[in-house]
Design a protein around this ligand. Structure first.
Ligand SMILES: Nc1nc2c(ncn2[C@@H]2O[C@H](COP(=O)(O)OP(=O)(O)OP(=O)(O)O)[C@@H](O)[C@H]2O)c(=O)[nH]1
Ligand SMILES: [Mg+2]
Length: 434
């Protein structure tokens, strides 16, 4: 089974290939004319999208969150619900104020979230102490959070106003750029409260949930946070042993779910993954929905290479466009194969490219490739001529990337690839840069 440690290794391999691009290009099983190698390298290194993608992969890190919510609102339960595991907190690190706690959530020795918990201030409504406020602002600035998770109990209407007053104060101090996720907890306890199975929520229960959400949205209305969403959830889980908080950490790590009453956690993850710094989003996806992480990374790599290949037509070079395009596409296939975990060598990547060239390339317009005929099949690329337009370069590279994804990641068979490439080249027409 794919887990984070395995995907970590694959990503590190891709990063390693990129960091040693000269060696990679040198070892490609194609005979390239003079100048083509340096051109390929230049296309890759000068491409903003590829650079950013690799940099984000390199710098992937756990999300940093500010947790706002009083005792018992469900902060720890929410973290457990997100990961589907009983997650232990590390001991708090001192950050110069006793109203804030800074700690990590960890599983199997891996940090999942770094957190500043503001429970202390959230509960002392009498606190008008400006130095405490300054401490708070300083701590937040040093922490540089990706998002604020503001939790409020949906069954405690009276507290909602107080909670909102507090979050407004927090945002005055930290500025309105940091994404805000308002999590309404305990919605399983809204009427009819006996229904805990999320797929059996009745229309009346769903209506009650919508109403709570609307109330919260109304309360938050004048708070002009740039990115903000209210998400009602249930984090209700029954573990296979009672009183999990009384168990040792080792025992907690082995707990499994007996009853799963989680509601709407996916929506919360979707929001976070699309609204926090991508370096943190990758890490989050890798520890929660790893297949999504693979797909998202593969999509980014394919699009980045497709964009890089358009520059072939834009810059005049002394060698044929195909002599640059083919090695570029070969590197793309190798990256996607590595992402899938397939242990491909460069020859089999070449075989793959040739085989889809056979089925697909004629059909979707890379006519130049076909015109190379046997020359292409030997991947002996011509020294001059054969200009490829940037649109064709884009859609050809894009379709090849999609075929590699279908074959290596989605485990499609080779005879399904022709249709996939046709569809991809249609898609590429809409995506191609002007
Ligand atoms: N039914 C239900 N119970 C919940 C939900 N969220 C939390 N609880 C329960 O509420 C209690 C408190 O939840 P915690 O997650 O420990 O709350 P907390 O915010 O971490 O509290 P502190 O660590 O003291 O700040 C526990 O008994 C949870 O099982 C929920 O969505 N539904
Ligand atoms: Mg807790």
């Amino acid at each position: 089974m794919l887990n984070k440690a395995i995907l970590d290794k694959r990503l590190n391999r891709i990063i390693h290939l990129y960091d040693n691009l000269d060696d990679l290009i040198e070892s490609l099983p194609v005979k390239l004319p003079d100048g083509a190698k340096s051109k390929v390298k230049q296309l890759i290194f000068s491409n903003k999208e590829i650079n950013e993608t690799i940099a984000n992969l390199k710098e992937r890190r756990p999300p940093r969150l500010i947790l706002v919510g009083r005792t018992g609102v469900g902060k720890s339960s929410l973290i457990n619900a997100i990961f589907g595991k009983y997650i232990a907190k590390t001991s708090p690190v001192a950050i110069g104020t006793n109203q804030l706690e800074r700690y990590n959530y960890e599983a199997d020795g891996d940090v999942l979230f770094e957190v500043i918990d503001t429970r202390g201030i959230a509960e002392s409504s009498t606190n008008q102490n400006t130095s405490a406020e300054e401490d708070f602002t300083k701590a937040v600035q040093a922490f540089d959070p990706d998002a604020v998770l503001f939790l409020s109990d949906a069954t405690q209407r009276a507290r909602m106003d107080e909670d909102v007053a507090y979050i407004k104060k927090v945002y005055q101090d930290i500025g309105f750029e940091i994404p805000l996720v308002t999590v309404l907890t305990h919605v399983d306890n809204l009427e009819p409260a006996r229904i805990k199975e999320p797929d059996q929520y009745t229309e009346s229960k769903l209506r009650n949930i919508r109403e709570k959400k609307q109330q919260m949205e109304d309360l938050l209305q004048e708070l002009q946070v740039k990115t903000s969403k209210v998400i009602p959830v249930s984090t209700y889980i029954e573990w296979d042993r009672p009183d999990p908080h009384l168990l040792s950490r080792e025992e907690q790590e082995t707990l499994t779910i007996d009853f799963d009453g989680r509601y709407n956690i996916e929506e919360l993850l979707d929001f976070l993954e699309h609204n926090i710094d991508f370096r943190a989003a990758i890490h989050l996806m890798m520890s929660t929905r790893i297949d999504k992480a693979v797909k998202r990374i593969s999509k980014l790599i394919i699009e980045a290479f497709a964009i890089a290949s358009t520059a072939i037509a834009l810059t005049p070079i002394p060698v044929s466009d195909m002599a640059v395009l083919v090695p570029l596409q070969l590197i793309l296939v190798i990256f996607i194969a590595y992402l899938s975990g397939a242990d491909v060598d460069k020859d089999s990547a070449k075989e793959f490219l040739l085989s889809i060239g056979g089925v697909g390339i004629l059909g979707y317009g890379l006519r130049t490739l076909a015109q190379q005929g046997s020359k292409f099949l030997n991947l002996v690329l011509p020294g001059s001529g054969s200009a490829v337009s940037s649109t064709i370069a884009f859609s050809g590279t894009y379709a090849i990337g999609k075929a590699a994804q279908a074959y290596y990641i989605d485990k499609k068979s080779k005879n399904e690839l022709e249709a996939i490439m046709k569809e991809a080249s249609e898609e590429a027409k809409k995506k191609a840069p002007e």
